[in-house]
Write a protein that binds this ligand. Structure first.
Ligand code: ATP
Ligand code: LTN
Length: 334
């Protein structure tokens, strides 16, 4: 708790261009929760280098992602938006937690298995201990709630196990965090293969809507979206393409699937696809405008980066010092 408010921690890697899936599955939930909680939203650049990155590109993407957090509606004066690499306590706590994590546990992580298969030439130790760094992120701020997509639940589970193990030895040091998944069904699927999730690393550019796509591109991608030959707009598993479009329309307009089905009763797929594209553009174009405005204001973004790094360091160091004392490191002489 900070000032009687529960704490939220979440983060995203700056490893690609964000998609509508990232927005609906993660950012949108952050915005819904950000006024109710004391929030820490990090650009997790330490995690990004578990796969090889071009330095200039990583730096530029990280700044864009931080700016996008603000453009999407987070308030950088209230919500602590910062770079993970600016708070050295993340790496320091991760080392301590490494010593409380079993290799057997890490061997079970599906993300590690997937990423090692994808990057077979670079299966580094960082990729392996990635979940421990993520546990350090969350536990440093004593987070109560962690809004993430379903794919991160296994990492949340190991975070809870590590925290409970540590607390069992040293007393109540860490808050045990709960995941927050948001509305069920908030998984956005690929526009080219609606049985696969929309992913920023998809090679087919028509499969994903990127948050920075312009209106014409958005409409064009929806026109090309794979559907079926039923010809009826219905919300059912047998029509995964249409179901996904209904979900996307709902995420942009707040309408339930039933309301959408009713609204488009008797209409063709062509009309529906254009309506979905327009709803998405209506959501994204203002976000893009804010992003471009903010990006120009270098001094403002710099001041946010500086002030929030200080704030994050303050809370993170508080927990780190407590942990260092518990495990038996010598006191600092002032
Ligand atoms: P990659 O393609 O590199 O694996 P990704 O697009 O899957 O990336 P991540 O960076 O792993 O995205 O995830 C950031 C956040 O967005 C996570 O909380 C994740 O659960 C959420 N997310 C990613 N894709 C989707 C999607 N299609 N629908 C809903 N949520 C998603
Ligand atoms: N692993 C997450 C990103 C991430 C994160 C975190 C999310 C790193 N640290 C702490 C929530 C809390 C991902 O790939 N989406």
């Amino acid at each position: 708790m900070i000032d009687d408010k529960k704490v939220i921690f979440s983060g995203m890697q700056a490893t690609g261009n964000l998609t509508l899936g990232n927005y609906v599955g993660a950012l949108k939930n952050w915005i819904t929760l950000c006024n109710e909680y004391e929030c820490f939203f990090s650009v997790v650049d330490l995690h990004s280098i578990t796969v090889r990155q071009d330095p200039a590109e990583l730096r530029s993407r990280a700044r864009k992602l931080l700016t996008l957090y603000i453009a999407a509606g987070l308030d950088p004066k209230k919500n602590c938006i910062y770079y993970q690499s600016h708070v050295s306590a993340h790496a320091e706590l991760a080392w301590i937690l490494d010593c409380f994590t079993y290799m057997g546990e890490l061997n079970r992580m599906t993300q590690f298995k997937d990423k090692s298969a994808k990057h077979a030439d670079n299966i580094n130790a960082g990729l392996y201990t990635y979940p421990v760094l993520m546990a350090a992120d969350i536990l440093l701020y004593q987070a109560d709630v962690v809004p993430v997509g379903k794919d991160q639940l296994q990492h949340l589970e190991i975070t809870r196990d590590i925290a409970q193990r540590f607390n069992a030895v040293y007393g109540d040091v860490f808050t045990i965090p709960e995941p927050y998944l948001g509305k069920a069904g908030a998984k956005i699927m690929s526009l080219q293969d609606p049985t696969k999730k929309m992913s920023k690393s998809d090679e087919n550019l028509n499969a994903s809507i990127y948050l920075m796509d312009d209106k014409d591109t958005i409409i064009r991608k929806f026109k090309r979206a794979v559907t079926d030959s039923e010809g009826m707009i219905q919300y059912r598993d047998e029509q995964p393409g249409i179901k996904n479009l209904i979900d996307i329309y709902g995420a942009c307009t707040g309408k339930t699937p039933e309301e959408t089905v009713k609204e488009f009763d008797g209409k063709g797929y062509g009309d529906f696809k254009i309506a979905v594209g327009e709803a998405v553009a209506e959501l994204l174009v203002p976000l893009q405008d804010r992003f471009h405005e903010l990006e120009k204001d270098k001094a403002f973004i710099d001041s946010i980066i500086k002030d929030n790094a200080e704030k994050a360091n303050y809370y993170a160091t508080k927990t780190l010092r407590k942990v260092q004392k518990k495990v038996g490191f010598p006191e600092r002489i002032r």
